[in-house]
Design a protein around this ligand. Sequence first.
Ligand code: B16
Ligand code: MG
Length: 215
Amino acid sequence: MPIQAFILDLDGVLTDTAEYHFRAWKRLADEEGVPFDRRANEELRGVSRRRSLELLLGQRVADYSEEQMEEMMDRKNGYYQSFLESITGDDLLPGARELIDGLKRRGLRIAIGSASKNTRIVLGKLGITEAFDGIADGHSVTRAKPAPDVFIHAAGQLGVPAVACVVVEDAASGVEAALTAGMLTVGIGPQERVGNAHFRYNSTEDTDLNEILGC
Ligand code: B16
Ligand code: MG
C-alpha cells in the first residue's frame, strides 16, 4: 500500500525542548536531594512525565505517596512551562519546516504523535499548529510510548491505515512504539538509540523523503 501520511514526533524531531525538560527535572531533583545529570536525562527522552519521575527517583520512588508524586509532576511541569514561554518559530530544529513543506508538496497528510501533554502549547509557540491534519499527544491515550497507542490514535484521526503511515521519531521508546504499530519507521539520532528503525538519519535536516518514499 502506498504511503499516505507521516506522523511526526515533536520533542527531538521538530524542536529541541530536551534542554528545558532537563533544567526543570534538575531543579526538582535538587529540591528533593536526588542526584540527576545530563546522562540520566537522556534516559527520559520520549518517556512520559510519570515514567520520567519514576526513573529520576529510582528506588526512592517507594518513599513517596501518590499525592506527593502528583505534586512533583505538577511542580516540574510548572518549571518546564515557564521555559516554554520564550519559545518562538526560531526554535524549530534545522530542516523541520522543510520536512513539513516537503510532505505537504507531495500531498501527504501529517499528524503529530507526541508523548507530551504540552504539545498544543509548544505547537502554538512554534506557530505550526495549522500545518497538522491531526494531533495525538499525551492527553489522547492512556498507555504511553513504547505502547503504539499514540501513533494508532494519530492514524485514526487521519483516517489512514497503519501500514500507510510513516513515523519520524528521535527516541528508542518511540521507535519501538511505531514498529509495534506496524508503521514504516524513521529514526532521528545515533544508531545506538534509534538503530531499530527502518531508516535512520543523524538529524531532521538530513531526512531524505525520496529515499523513504522510494522515489
Ligand atoms: P510532558 P515527545 C516527550 O515528547 C519528551 O521527549 C519527554 O522528554 C517528555 O517527558 C514527554 O514528552 C512528556 O512531556 O511532561 O510535556 O507531558 O518526544 O514524545 O514529543
Ligand atoms: Mg521525541
